[in-house]
Design a protein around this ligand. Structure first.
Ligand code: NAG
Ligand code: NAG
Ligand code: NAG
Length: 381
């Protein structure tokens, strides 16, 4: 048995060496594709100004978030925000001139999602919005714009999303020609899978239009489990789940089956955990009975805080290879999260699948750049 294991491991190693030499040959023949290493910067992050970002670890950093006015659909930017936007792009471009900056529109708020739905619903409001995104990007020196509509709610929303992407690309192309400047990058943050079944409404992303009009999408491969189900613990961002379709591998394969171009698919990684309070401290596996949220802010905790909590409470840390996820337990406190090991395996998975890269939500959750460094190294080695 031990021999068999060693033997298959050897085959794996040989296989991956062969694969990597094939990859390097194809890479040197075709235009070399650099991985997209993204991170979102929450503009409300206290004690974490843009200057604290290690710009060697990322290729794209997103300013989160701006929202258009719910009456005009233009961006109405006040003076403090204008200063922050300028400071963001200037600081990051100075630290690393190759780094691309994008501003991200929308976010998780219900109101933001409503505004985007109304904005996308008519040609006129889409046009106003698109013109305004280009003005903001150019005025504040962004390299691109990211749409974070969480999530189109109906098939009609998806149809409007498709129109928006097409009209946006046309406008961005035209602007680039008129001003003899590179086109703005256009990306979108999406659900982990191309089909959404929330609230009993089935809808599907317009993959063909995404391929045609967006530079890439950031698939939000996290928040599979959380405080909305307190009956049992769960891995919030597991790679594999043998019992359900709610997993990163399922979502990414579903995008590939829906025919997204692989290099346009960017895998999301959470730099935070989700917490539960166990019913019985002796039953602490994934799926163990729970009764409430655990430590943190409403059951959510940045990775840096998880590490602190684990150390201060001498928590038991378990890496679960079958799901590729990590959890820690101290008394009745239970935290599901990603650590260096799970992130390295996920990034290796994304690379093997020839995806575009990965991104983090959010950049201020890392601890001494441990996870971001490992992710970057895993893709580069
Ligand atoms: C716009 O948003 C504000 C709250 O920020 C709300 O009071 C107002 O009713 C909204 N207007 C429309 C047209 O939805
Ligand atoms: C950005 O703002 C910080 C203070 O918040 C300041 O120290 C820094 O000089 C600013 N950088 C630029 C490029 O404006
Ligand atoms: C998972 O998705 C597949 C198709 O992609 C479907 O056939 C199957 O029923 C789904 N399983 C569950 C548990 O939803």
């Amino acid at each position: 048995m031990e021999f068999l294991k060693a033997h298959s491991l050897l085959i794996l190693v040989v296989l991956s060496l062969t694969l990597s030499s094939i990859t390097s040959v194809t890479n040197s023949m075709s235009s070399c594709h650099n991985p997209n290493k993204g991170a979102y910067w929450p503009s409300w992050a206290k004690n974490f100004p843009p200057s604290s970002i290690d710009t060697n670890l990322f290729t794209h950093v997103y300013y989160a978030f701006l929202s258009p006015s719910n009456t005009t659909f233009k961006f109405e930017i006040d003076d403090p925000t204008a200063l922050l936007l300028k400071n963001f792009t200037t600081t990051l471009h100075t630290k690393n001139p190759n780094l691309k900056t994008l501003f991200s529109i929308g976010g998780a708020s219900e109101l933001g999602s409503l505004i985007l739905s109304r904005m996308a619903s008519t040609h006129k409001s889409r046009k106003t919005f698109i013109v305004s995104t280009i003005e903001v990007a150019r005025k504040f020196d962004f390299d691109g714009v990211d749409l974070d509509w969480e999530f189109p709610k109906t098939p009609k929303d998806m149809k409007n999303f498709r129109h928006l992407l097409h009209e946006w690309r046309v406008a961005v192309k035209k602007e680039a020609i008129a001003n003899d400047t590179p086109q703005l990058l256009l990306s979108a943050a999406t659900y982990y899978s191309p089909e959404i079944n929330l609230d009993n409404i089935h809808r599907k992303y317009p993959v063909e239009s995404i391929n045609e009009n967006l530079d890439w999408i950031n698939a939000m491969c996290y928040d599979y489990r959380g405080s909305w189900d307190l009956s049992a613990t769960g891995s919030p961002a597991l790679l594999y789940d043998s019992n359900s379709n709610v997993s990163t591998s399922y979502g990414l394969q579903a995008w590939i089956e829906a025919k997204i171009q692989r290099e346009k698919l960017v895998m999301g990684l959470p730099l935070y955990g989700r917490t539960w309070q166990l019913k019985d401290p002796t039953l602490y596996g994934i799926g163990a009975p729970a009764v409430d949220v655990g430590p943190g802010d409403e059951g959510q905790m940045p990775y840096v805080e998880v590490e602190k909590f684990n150390a201060q409470n001498s928590a038991k840390v378990v890496f679960d290879l079958s799901t590729v996820s990590t959890y820690s337990v101290a008394g009745t406190s239970w935290i599901g999260y990603d650590d260096v090991r799970s992130v390295a395996l996920k990034v290796a998975y994304a690379r093997t699948q020839k995806l575009g890269g990965y991104f983090f939500w959010a950049v201020n959750g890392d601890q001494d750049w441990k996870i971001s460094t490992e992710a970057s190294r895993t893709w580069t080695l």
